[in-house]
Ligand binder design. Structure first.
Ligand code: COA
Length: 171
């Protein structure tokens, strides 16, 4: 049986992440020191992507979240009920090891996170995925992947679950 080039697993103590470096100190610190604790306390669910040699090439975190209907672009808000708060999924962090940049790992990680978020809606409802971009480059990365900025929060971007359903649902 062939071994996949990359696989994604929920973060475990045995994952060696000490050498992970994405170039953003805060995101490195989080994986090295905080992610395990957040997982234990159910604050965030961290996932790591590993290569064939078990090197951590990237990671992301998912959590439950809520968005205000009025923050959403009009075209989206119109299709949703006017509840003050709507259930959503937060892709809080996503980062790729510097040595592995530019090889579609970020895209693969993002697709894995979005697919998992969509799959989870079978059990916990969510109208879309919100991401928090660290800087302009991160914002551009998400916009390149069809995310739209939330009103009043230029660093928070959103993609609807309806869009993900169209992309992932097997008909
Ligand atoms: C942003 C980041 C995740 C991108 O990862 P990557 O593996 O280098 O990117 P990929 O090779 O998967 O790129 C996939 C596509 O996104 C595009 N892309 C990558 N970075 C981009 C950026 N900053 N702006 C716009 N597009 C970008 C690529 O051109 C490629 O486009 P294509 O499919 O049309 O050819 C990575 O640079 C990173 O970890 N940065 C530091 C942490 C960070 O900013 N995280 C983001 C959220 S907090």
């Amino acid at each position: 049986m062939s071994v996949p080039a990359y696989r994604v697993e929920p973060l475990r103590v045995s994952h060696d992440r000490a050498a992970f470096s994405c170039g953003v100190a805060e995101l490195d610190y989080y994986l090295h020191h905080q992610a395990g604790q957040d997982a234990r306390r159910k604050v965030a669910a961290p996932f790591v992507m590993l290569d064939k040699d078990d090197v951590v090439v990237g990671y992301y975190t998912l959590s439950s979240y809520s968005v205000r209907g009025r923050e959403l672009p009009d075209a989206i808000a119109r299709r949703l009920p006017r509840y003050p708060l709507l259930p959503a999924t937060l892709l809080g962090r996503l980062a790729v090891n510097q040595e592995h940049r530019g090889r579609k790992i970020g895209q693969l990680l993002l697709m894995d996170a979005l697919h998992r978020s969509w799959k989870n809606t079978a059990e916990v409802a969510s109208v879309g995925v919100v991401v928090e971009a660290f800087d302009g480059a991160a914002r551009a990365f998400y916009q390149h992947h069809q995310f739209m900025p939330l009103a009043d929060h230029p660093n928070k971007l959103f993609i609807t679950m309806a869009t993900l359903e169209k992309a992932f649902k097997v008909r």
